[in-house]
Design a protein around this ligand. Structure first.
Ligand SMILES: Cc1ncc(COP(=O)(O)O)c(C=O)c1O
Length: 423
């Protein structure tokens, strides 16, 4: 006779790694939120893992780095101090660890976890929207938003041709939403304008047409700001034509801190906004989608359909809240902007040029005319103990004075010919 418990025990014995996880009991137990049931689940789980059930150890022991490490990964500065490849490398802080230790551990698919729902309400109120839903990543936030808003094809969305949604989200708008994507190059070379949108929008309901149903903007984009005034112009016209406005606001925090406008002011221009906790704010995981109640209800459904329904999300939500409170509201980002500006100015003082202006936490060096190519620049930075990916330098809030000094040395070497070994 089929017995889920026996199947589980056999499967478990057949796997050679031993991981104690209270989740495993859920194969056998109906859901019950009380702590009493949780306690009994735990006891049962531990008996499943008693020695008699664990038949074999792995033949070749596989080291567990988190129990064998000689250092504490939560001490600071962490490895991000010299890592300028992106702000996604920011290391979670000890206060985030404390928050994880104190969070609630209930099931979020059942919407029963207080740490998670309070984060959702907190961010929704900061953004001036009625509701919010936690998602795993910025990509998931954008793609769930697009899938939730769009109904049935034919439908198209307008995006900046440099946007993350079109370039770095694995074609999700096509595969998940069947959307035709119209990419637009900003005519002013900096950001999309209402005129750009009007030129490319499809309002027709002629059978040959693929009508525009969404305009998706991004702020910041390549570290540069989409001005609030332009958002308002685009929003008024676009929504006036019944078209949905979504913002990829992975780094909207940065624009707000740079003084471009209030978070609520920006969010007002959009039906939905995706905000990331694990870029410049430094949380380990997570993003959030804010919007109307009905949107968020449906977004939970879409999130579930792509495997984004999560269980004990308190461990994600707790550090995310610390990230918003300490890094965004607590002023952590401003100092990084000052450092970025200082480094950008230093590069210019040596005769360097930028690919994009320094407006937030990114410094885009132009290597054209320096005689140093991207690979040489990366190697030069490595020789000084810095990690870079190319000309884009992300000066996140965990970059240290020491790293700043090393980067100036790299810049000096680019212009003195040392990068080529000429001196
Ligand atoms: C502007 C922007 N949006 C969305 C994302 C996607 O975020 P994630 O890597 O969490 O999927 C990124 C990632 O860096 C991004 O830069």
């Amino acid at each position: 006779m089929f017995s889920p418990r026996l199947v589980f025990q056999r499967t478990f014995r057949e796997t050679q790694s031993v991981q104690v996880s209270s989740k495993i009991t859920r194969f056998n137990q109906p859901y019950c939120p009380t702590s009493a049931r949780r306690a009994s689940n735990h006891t049962r789980t531990m008996s499943i893992y008693s020695k008699s059930n664990v038949s074999t150890a792995p033949e070749t022991p596989v080291e567990n780095p988190s129990t064998s490490a000689s250092h504490n990964a939560w001490s600071s500065p962490g490895p991000s101090a010299i890592d300028l490849r992106s702000d996604v490398v920011t290391t979670p802080t000890p206060s985030m660890l404390t928050a994880i230790g104190n969070c609630s551990l209930f099931d979020d698919v059942f919407q029963e976890d207080p740490t998670t729902s309070s984060l959702e309400s907190f961010v929704a109120s900061l953004a001036g929207k009625p509701a919010a839903v936690l998602v795993l990543s910025g990509t998931m936030g954008n793609q769930v938003a697009i899938r939730t808003h769009l109904q049935a094809p034919p439908h198209s969305i307008i995006v900046d041709d440099r946007s993350h949604i079109i370039r770095y989200e694995a074609g999700g708008a096509a595969s998940l939403s069947g959307a035709m994507v119209t990419t637009v190059k900003p005519s002013n070379g900096r950001h999309l304008t209402l005129e750009d949108v009007k030129e490319h929008v499809v309002l027709s309901d002629d059978v040959h047409a693929c009508p525009t149903k969404m305009v998706c903007l991004e702020n910041t984009l390549n570290g540069t700001i989409l001005p609030l005034e332009e958002c308002r112009r685009i929003s008024e016209w676009v929504r006036g034509h019944g078209i949905i406005m979504h913002l990829d606001g992975a780094r909207l925090w940065e624009a707000v801190v740079a003084g471009a406008g209030e978070l609520k002011g920006y969010c007002e221009c959009f039906d939905t906004v995706s905000l990331c906790f694990s870029k410049g704010l430094g949380a380990p995981i997570g993003s959030i989608l804010v919007g109307q109640e009905a949107f968020v209800k449906r977004a939970r459904w879409v999130r579930k359909s792509i495997g984004g329904g999560m269980r004990q999300t308190g461990i994600i939500a707790a550090p995310a809240r610390v990230a918003v409170e300490e890094t965004f509201l607590g002023g952590g980002l401003q100092a990084a902007h000052v450092r970025a500006k200082k480094l950008g100015d230093y590069w210019e003082s040596l005769g360097g040029k930028h690919e994009f202006p320094v407006e937030t936490n990114m410094v885009w060096l132009s290597l054209k005319g320096t005689g140093v190519d991207t690979d040489e620049f990366i190697k030069l930075a490595e020789s000084k103990g810095l990690r870079v990916m190319g000309e884009r330098l992300v000066i996140h809030y965990q970059v240290t004075d020491e790293a700043e000094g090393k980067l100036k040395e790299v810049m000096n070497d680019v212009f003195s010919g040392k990068a080529k070994g000429e001196n």
